[in-house]
Design a protein around this ligand. Structure first.
Ligand code: ADP
Length: 333
């Protein structure tokens, strides 16, 4: 079931007579129950894109459908209803500083018309889910960043939305808190079957919890697909920049090639560099290597320098490809 369907979405802003195209012909779908990432550099158009999903922003061309309904055709009242089904959390948490944690979480329940006597119980249930029941009387200023984002998540979930939009929700948090918030979002996605859309500029966030990802580059959709597949085999330049390890080395000779090898857990148990020497008599120089978990699967990646002339380089590349490794040239960036 498709939750969002964007068809040819463009967005232009007019500023002092100048036209600026923030989004250009973006088409994608977001499926029910998935964790969908939208990644791009600052200014790429991510926030604009996410604001079209609940019609905080009108599109200039194309259409956005929510469960099949074209948002542009809906009345104000329908839009209000839909916004209750699409909750949002932000980098800056947006909590009410003068109200207790419990009051913050109860706030959307009032707007949603939940009877007063049920609100507290429901809000406490949400605080239990995010592990902050004991902080119900505290004020946001007394909480850590991670705890504030937990309160924001409890508040976002209180009125039982179908979708949670997260706009750079972990960007203000340190790596440990980021990890904890992402684990919590994953858990909520699993237990409540909530569709989650994550806007971020960090590939590590996408790798940790997203099923699929859209890469936005200067307002355009550069690439969309399964996160593990894009990690293994990025085809657009924008995707390569995100997944290639930053590499401080230039080739030691200008004819040498730098290539990135990616192998999953299975291939990692094979001594393929030793096999290369044994089978082809050729060697490579390892410039960087690391392992990471993408969608729960361990991947290794290496940047190696490949010496020799074109034909020799091709022999080496073919050897790795035949062994099931993904191989891409780094020089091309
Ligand atoms: P991101 O979230 O990827 O950082 P944004 O969607 O916030 O990018 O912005 C994309 C581009 O659109 C930026 O160049 C920004 O300056 C421009 N932009 C965003 N909102 C407006 C607006 N209301 N008026 C004019 N330009 C805007």
């Amino acid at each position: 079931m498709e939750v969002f369907q964007l068809q040819g979405v463009s967005k232009t802003y007019e500023n002092d007579g100048e036209t600026f195209r923030a989004l250009e012909d973006v088409s994608l779908t977001i499926e029910e129950g998935e964790i969908f990432g939208i990644i791009g550099m600052s200014g790429a158009g991510k926030s604009t894109l996410v604001r079209t999903l609940n019609r905080l922003e009108d599109v200039s061309e194309g259409s956005v459908r929510f469960y099949g309904q074209d948002l542009a055709t809906l009345s104000r009242r329908d839009i209000r209803n839909i916004r209750q089904q699409i909750a949002m959390i932000f980098q800056s948490f947006n909590l009410l500083g003068q109200r207790s944690v419990l009051a913050n979480v109860m706030q959307p329940l009032k707007i949603a018309g939940v009877p007063r006597h049920l609100r507290k119980e429901k809000a406490l249930e949400m605080l239990r889910i995010v592990g902050l029941e004991d902080k119900q009387r505290a004020y946001p200023s007394r909480l850590s960043g991670g705890q504030r984002q937990r309160v924001a998540i409890a508040r976002a979930l209180a009125a039982n939305p179908k979708v949670l939009l997260c706009d750079e929700a972990t960007s203000a948090l340190d790596p440990k808190m980021t990890g904890e918030i992402l684990d919590l979002l994953k858990e909520i996605n699993r237990t409540r079957k909530l569709t989650i859309v994550i806007i971020t500029h960090e590939m590590s966030v996408v790798e940790k919890i997203c099923n699929r990802v859209a890469i936005i580059d200067q307002g355009r959709l550069a690439e969309v697909g399964e996160v593990a597949e894009i990690f293994r085999n990025p085809t657009s330049n924008a995707a390569r920049k995100l997944v290639f390890p930053s590499n401080p080395f230039d080739p030691s000779s200008k004819n040498n090639k730098l290539i990135r090898l990616v192998f999953d857990g299975l291939a990692a148990s094979r001594p393929f560099i030793a096999e290369l020497v044994e089978k082809t008599g050729k060697t490579v120089n390892i410039l960087s290597a690391n392992t990471k978990s993408v969608g729960g699967i361990g991947y290794g990646q290496m940047v190696v320098e490949v010496p020799g002339d074109e034909a020799e380089q091709q022999t080496i590349i073919n050897f790795f490809r035949q062994g099931g490794l993904s191989v891409q040239e780094v020089n091309a960036l």
